[in-house]
Design a protein around this ligand. Structure first.
Ligand code: SF4
Ligand code: SF4
Length: 56
């Protein structure tokens, strides 16, 4: 299991700062999660202002 970031992402970067395993990075149009690195902790979803990270 891993989280993924939906298109509603507004590129604020808050989630990347909170991820304990640095699975989140800035992609071409929005932030993206490396599913192989994500440990499913949910921290990104908790800090996101628009609820873009969701459990895949
Ligand atoms: S669920 Fe946790 S480990 Fe996975 S991307 Fe979000 S903050 Fe990082
Ligand atoms: S916290 Fe939410 S809006 Fe901000 S970069 Fe992450 S997914 Fe996008």
């Amino acid at each position: 299991m891993a989280f993924l970031i939906e298109d509603s992402c507004v590129n604020c970067g808050a989630c990347a700062a909170e991820c304990p395993v640095n699975a989140i990075s800035q992609g071409d149009t929005q932030f993206v999660i490396d599913a192989d690195t994500c440990i499913d902790c949910g921290s990104c979803a908790n800090v996101c202002p628009v609820g873009a990270p969701v459990q895949a």
